[in-house]
Design a protein around this ligand. Structure first.
Ligand code: IMP
Length: 213
């Protein structure tokens, strides 16, 4: 695997919330970031049964389509009381209209049916797996997770997806109530430890492949 020293990097995603966060994470490294949405690349069907498999198929599809280094993120919300659901199907639970209000309600109803009412019964985590694929066929994986619990009702409108119902361990605010830099864990400057699953995965990628900003 060759390091990434300047040049173009394609973020293999059509999800604007994710693209925004990955751009913010990559900004200090002097790479020109374009997204699969900007390049009008097709969105492959996510047929894998793990975060890794889906990240790989998205990254590989983008490399084949554009010939540039491509970074894909497969992520989701894993709820313990629901045996890990929605997990790799987190996007699918929001339906074709990407209706996350409905998806969050659906999770809440299912948790109520299971009697998951106290914070201890409502634990879960966000997981992100990043796959960086390059033209030489190499690919590398980086996984990040953040523990927390599910709150109801949803709070905050700063994030995307399931952010308003996820409160990370040790915090009183949901991801939906946090500005981008707080969700990344940059509230004390960029040397502080990362907080979100995506920032944690990204830190591993940056250590392995990126020159210091
Ligand atoms: P996929 O990786 O394209 O399969 O989609 C992952 C889905 O998980 C997203 O559409 C969101 O619903 C959810 N998700 C992943 N990361 C986050 C996050 O940081 N905040 C809120 N929801 C997320």
């Amino acid at each position: 695997m060759t390091g990434l020293n300047g040049g173009k990097l394609v973020v293999a995603s059509h999800n604007q919330g994710k693209i925004r966060e990955i751009r913010e994470l990559l900004e200090p490294f002097g790479l020109e970031v374009v997204s699969a949405a900007d390049l009008d690349l097709p969105e492959p069907e996510e047929t894998g049964s793990t975060f890794e498999a889906n990240a790989e198929l998205k990254a590989m599809a983008a490399v084949e389509a554009c010939g540039l280094p491509c970074l894909a993120d497969d992520s989701g919300l894993v709820v313990d009381a629901l045996d890990g659901q929605p997990g790799i199907h987190s996007a699918r639970w929001a339906g074709p209209d990407r209706d996350f209000a409905m998806a969050m309600r659906n999770i809440e109803e299912k948790m109520q049916q299971k009697g998951a009412v106290s914070p201890k019964q409502r634990t879960g985590r966000f997981v992100a797996v990043m796959c960086l694929a390059q033209q030489d066929g190499s690919k590398e994986f980086f996984r990040g997770e953040v523990e927390g619990h599910l709150v109801w009702p949803p709070r905050g409108s700063k994030g995307f997806g399931y952010d308003p119902v996820f409160q990370p361990e040790g915090y009183n605010t949901t991801f939906g109530e946090m500005a981008g830099e707080d969700k990344h864990g940059w509230q004390h400057g960029q040397d502080s430890s990362p907080l979100s699953h995506r920032a944690r995965a990204f830190e591993k990628l940056a250590l392995a492949l990126l020159p210091k900003p």
